[in-house]
Design a protein around this ligand. Structure first.
Ligand code: IPE
Ligand code: IPE
Ligand code: MG
Length: 246
């Protein structure tokens, strides 16, 4: 997919290939707060604002699928007050998201929802149901998500089908796994962006990003701007993707 993008500092237009699916690892909130002498939860609050801005920007430039890693299956190891602050923030955002996504954004949650209380689960399920038919953009929010857990969850669904006599183990293919992952029909990740200086993917969408282009930047997530995203997309556009071919 290509679009013509006018660079801000030049008069001519350049052709840019837009990724079909961008995944963000929203990292660096804690360090952002620490630098300012603030408790870590202030970093999460600021990071949530960036999430709002970047979702809007992705929609404006025509990205079809955008995933955000908000809380991992491993993040439960953190101090209880930090975990509680993140879940409370998430609760606010599940309500807030309806106010700004507009009429053509589908919301999907990635991860096991059953860990949350009934009220929060209901809000998540309602949002998925009410936006399920929209096709402008899909916004995927990963909370209590782990890539390994995603694969185990899909394996259980397939194992149940074997148990029920619907399929044989030798019939299981990669294509049968894909729709049973939390990402359902959403295409694989093309571009995975991790701010904060860490160069790892920390269990995010490991199946779906098998051939993703990785982009790392030292910017902390609360400071991540639309200009930073422009840079990442421009670099993506210049990469040579071969998928094992020549
Ligand atoms: C990412 O920011 C948000 C979550 C993992 C919930 P961090 O809280 O990991 O920020 P740093 O890495 O400590 O700076
Ligand atoms: C990854 O960040 C998870 C999220 C951004 C939600 P972490 O801060 O948890 O990752 P590690 O521990 O540095 O790998
Ligand atoms: Mg971190």
């Amino acid at each position: 997919m290509a679009l013509f993008w006018k660079k801000k500092d030049e008069s001519q237009e350049v052709a840019i290939t837009l990724p079909e699916h961008i995944a963000f690892i929203m990292d660096g909130n804690g360090r952002w707060a620490k630098k300012r002498g603030l408790p870590r939860k202030f970093g999460h609050r600021e990071g949530a604002k960036t999430f709002r801005k970047i979702t809007q920007y992705c929609k404006d430039i025509g990205i079809r699928n955008v995933s955000f890693y908000a809380f991992s299956t491993e993040n439960w190891k953190r101090p209880k007050d930090e975990v509680d602050a993140i879940i409370e923030l998430f609760r606010e955002y599940v309500v807030d998201v309806r106010n700004y996504i507009g009429k053509d954004v589908r919301v999907l949650f990635l991860g096991d929802k059953t860990i949350f209380d009934d009220d929060l689960q209901k809000k998540m399920n309602d949002l998925e149901r009410d936006t399920g038919d929209r096709r402008g953009m899909t916004m995927l929010l990963a909370i209590n998500y782990g890539g390994r857990d995603d694969i185990v969850h899909a394996a259980r669904i397939l194992a149940q089908k074997v148990k029920d006599g619907e399929i044989n183990p030798e019939d299981i293919t990669e294509d049968m796994f894909t729709p049973n992952l939390y990402t359902l029909d959403v295409p694989d990740v093309d571009l995975m962006i991790r701010p904060s200086g860490e160069q790892r993917t920390s269990n995010f969408l490991i199946w779906q990003s098998a051939y993703a282009e990785l982009y790392f930047t030292n910017v902390l997530w609360p400071d991540f701007s639309s200009d930073d995203l422009d840079k990442a997309i421009e670099e993506f556009s210049n990469r040579s993707r071969r998928f094992g071919g020549v």
